[in-house]
Design a protein around this ligand. Structure first.
Ligand code: MCN
Length: 795
């Protein structure tokens, strides 16, 4: 094997620096906002300052007269051409779904909703003129508080007669996956332990680095749409489905996209308005939101109330869990937002062997920004609830929280394991990951320090938080999505092509927006074809070159898109084998493939992949009847979800006099199966951790009583920077997944899902001896201080 071949053969697990980073960090890239086309016009949106109001009149005359303004259009002006935003996931057949026009004509349902668009020759002129549009509103009462909205006290959409959108239930006794939870609770009330708690999942804002931006060029044969989106393929479908323009006439390109975290998984009103205006005027148009617009109107995440009842035997063996959930949809049912809580439904039992489980979820409409996926989507909420409850159970028993977990979790010998929620976990080893995390953390030493501080009455107390998590990612088997009423499949597509020069072109339907697919996918193909990493080019995010795909979310790209890639690559190898047999005048059965070379067993004769490409395309020497190409494609529909897991341990110092929380130590051991690129994975885990920790300690979207978003800038919405966090101790165990050839598990959301409960458990642990068993997120100094004062005052 040559040095190059040896290098290529060991690509999996290699710390490759990301191919995409040089162009990203030196600015030699194309963000959507950098795109300039001849004659391009610019859009500015006029947005409602009211959470709920009737539009009585819109006077656009002054704005139309402003310098370089080309048009000012309202929803009435665009009529049916503006289409209607679609909802892909009606979780019940009778789901109440308000009609959602990109620009409503009669009534606005949240502050920030668009009522008119100004088109001008520059973005600045469009923005200035937008201030001249005179909109008269009649203020209506707004449904803002989730619990009150669930009671229909004030209606978010009076025509609908209710705020209740859909009720979704899972019951293990009905599903045949477990027992009757009410009976289990009843029994525990007599001779066991019942823990009842209510937790708030505050509203969060995805706050990606690059605000959303869209360019529409209607001047060619096709309408070309560039958008800072996570979902170019789904967006093309949605634009076609809602405007009547055939898909073949729409090309969507997601150029380099500066982050999404679920927040760009949407068919946005802004995209639809740009599409309609571009078509109406026959000119290229561009819209880029300001940061304030982004915080206000790009979809938000989380926002739930969770009522939980956990029951257990006296020795801490859990016998059941009941969940009653209220989920705030905001003003409209977004693309998949209605289904986000349902994803969580399957994760409340986490890594544990509960014999009985019931999940009841009511989704509710309010007059706030619509909600949808935010990193983890449903699974962080579920993980938070169960991991907080396991700590409460441990406190009730007076035992170590890890010991109580051990007593209840699925042991590694028990896999594959069908959970009470009906999922089949393929593999895992919770014992191993926990032991490693405890070792890194120095668990026993920190517990000893905690005791010393307690005994000494130190005003700064140490708290230790535990989170042992699993999640379901790799969205998703199409048949399961079908059962859940989801209007799309969960497959992914890839194609692999050996070029005449021996280089390789890979096209994937996954659409990276910061995850480094170009690098990791190159490693996979280089490894399997035995060609140098540098010789592989990965194309994505353009519906013209990547004609089939379902994009990036739900930590699916590697386990679903990567598997499609593996299958396409292996087909190329198979075809290359036939060619090699022909050229080596040997039987295919006598060939062995290693390091990118087919060798005839027991001889020195052989031929490499680049030599085969050359023979195929330059010498035209290939077997009779063989198609003259070395390429293949594959579409892969996963057989199961994918279940990464891990143990996260956090230590915090809480100043009981000021309520200040300081991160002291964070150690985690995740099991994500085979790792393709440890550097990328480290980045994913670090970023994920910071987002999860931020939910625990800092971030919250706050509305005032009129429905105005108070945390509408980064002065008020506390997005952490590197200076706010600490250095994390991160390690991995490797229990290969059985759901895909490479044995990989997703990592994109793991850190976020696991970390929030670890941190809140640590904060509560630091002050539990003062009589506190909960602090609502985010655990700001004010909230911690008030909790301590409340207990001290007997409150
Ligand atoms: N990877 C690996 N080995 C593994 C698992 C993953 O090398 N065992 C690599 C993959 O090849 C890929 C990356 O890690 O390059 C993430 O892979 P995966 O877990 O498949 O997640 P996706 O690529 O599908 O990305 C989606 C996921 C989600 S759902 C959110 S939200 C999120 C996240 O990715 N948003 C992100 N990470 C983000 N990272 C950035 N920079 N920006 C975002 O918006």
């Amino acid at each position: 094997m040559t040095a190059v071949q040896e290098q290529a053969a060991s690509e999996i697990g290699r710390d490759r620096r990301r191919k995409e980073d040089m162009r990203l960090i030196t600015g030699r890239t194309r963000w959507t906002d950098n795109i300039t086309l001849p004659g391009m016009l610019h859009l500015a949106m006029v947005r409602s300052p009211f959470a709920h109001a009737t539009i009585t009149s819109i006077d656009t005359s002054e704005a139309k007269d402003a310098t370089n303004v080309v048009a000012v259009l309202t929803g009435a002006d665009l009529g049916e051409a503006q289409g209607a935003c679609i909802n892909a996931w009606a979780i019940t057949e009778d789901q109440v779904t308000p009609p959602h026009l990109p620009m409503p004509t009669d009534r606005v349902a949240f502050a920030g909703e668009i009522v008119a668009v100004v088109v001008a020759r520059s973005a600045a002129e469009a923005r200035d003129a937008a201030e001249l549009v005179d909109v008269e509103y009649d203020d209506l009462p707004a449904a803002l508080d989730l619990k009150e909205a669930a009671e229909d006290t004030v209606l978010a959409h009076p025509d609908l007669g209710t705020n209740k959108s859909a009720f979704w239930k899972f019951d293990s006794a009905e599903a045949g996956t477990g027992g009757d939870v009410d009976a289990a609770i009843e029994k525990a009330r007599g001779d066991g332990i019942v823990i009842e708690r209510e937790y708030r999942q505050q509203r969060l804002i995805p706050a990606f680095m690059e605000p959303r931006s869209v360019v529409v060029d209607p001047t060619g044969e096709q309408i070309t749409v560039w958008s800072a989106t996570q979902i170019p393929h789904i967006l093309r479908f949605a634009l076609a489905a809602t405007t009547g323009v055939p898909e073949s006439k729409i090309r969507v390109i997601a150029p380099d996209v500066g982050g999404g975290f679920g927040g760009k998984l949407q068919q946005t009103p802004e995209e639809m308005i740009a599409f309609a205006v571009g078509r109406r005027l026959g000119k290229p148009v561009k819209y880029t939101e300001t940061r304030s617009e982004s915080l206000l109107s790009a979809h938000h995440g989380r926002d739930q109330w969770q009522k939980l009842t956990l029951c257990a035997e006296k020795d801490g063996t859990v016998t059941g869990l009941k969940v009653d959930l209220l989920a705030d949809l905001g003003a409209y049912v977004s693309l998949v937002g209605g289904g986000v809580p349902v994803l969580g439904a399957f994760m409340f039992n986490a890594i544990y062997k509960f014999p009985a489980y019931q999940f009841n979820c009511q989704t509710v409409l309010t007059n706030k920004t619509w909600t949808d996926a935010y990193r983890g989507a449903g699974r962080p909420e579920a993980t938070f609830a169960i991991e907080r409850l396991m700590d409460e159970l441990a406190a009730e028993l007076g035992e170590d929280p890890l010991e109580v977990r051990r007593r209840n979790w699925i042991t590694h010998e028990e896999f594959p394991f069908t959970t009470v929620a009906g999922l089949e976990y393929d593999s895992g080893n919770y014992e191993l990951a926990t032991d490693r995390a405890m070792e890194m953390f120095g668990y026993d030493e920190l517990r000893a320090e905690q005791q010393r501080r307690r005994d000494a009455g130190d005003p700064v107390q140490l708290g230790i938080g535990v989170s042992t998590f699993t999640e379901m990612c790799g969205l998703a088997p199409s048949r399961v999505l079908g059962q859940l009423n989801y209007g799309a499949g969960g497959w992914e597509h890839a194609s692999v092509r050996m070029l005449a020069t021996g280089k390789v072109e890979v096209v994937t339907g996954a659409s990276a927006h910061g995850q480094g697919h170009e690098t990791a996918f190159s490693q996979i193909v280089a490894d399997r074809l035995g060609v140098p990493f540098e010789d592989v080019e990965v194309l994505h995010g353009d519906t013209q070159s990547s004609h089939k795909g379902l994009d990036t979310y739900g930590s699916r790209s590697l386990v679903v898109g990567g598997e499609a890639l593996v299958r396409a690559t292996d087909k190329v190898v198979e075809k290359a084998k036939q060619l090699a047999a022909h050229l080596l005048e040997a039987s295919a059965e006598d060939l062995e493939f290693a390091g990118g070379r087919f060798g005839v067993k027991g001889t020195d004769a052989g031929i490499t992949m680049p030599e085969l490409a050359s023979a195929m395309f330059a010498a035209h020497d290939y077997p009779e009847g063989m198609e003259p190409s070395l390429d293949a494609e594959a579409t892969y529909d996963p057989i199961n979800f994918n279940y990464p897991h891990g143990t996260h341990l956090c230590a915090v110092e809480v100043d009981t006099e000021t309520g200040q929380v300081q991160l002291r130590k964070y150690a985690c051991c995740d099991d994500i199966g085979t790792i393709i690129n440890p550097l990328i994975v480290a980045g994913q885990v670090h970023g994920g951790l910071v987002q999860g920790i931020a939910q625990a300690l800092w971030e919250e979207a706050v509305y005032d009583e009129s429905g105005t978003l108070v945390s509408g800038s980064f002065t008020d919405y506390l997005l952490p920077t590197a200076a706010d966090t600490i250095s994390f101790d991160v390690d991995h165990t490797t229990t290969p997944s059985l759901t895909n050839t490479l044995g990989t598990k997703g990592v994109g959301e793991a850190g976020t899902i696991a970390s929030t409960p670890a941190v809140v458990n640590a904060v509560v642990d630091a002050v539990r001896h003062l009589g506190i068993d909960d602090i609502t997120m985010p655990c700001t100094p004010e909230r911690v201080w008030k909790a301590i004062q409340g207990v001290a005052a007997g409150g």
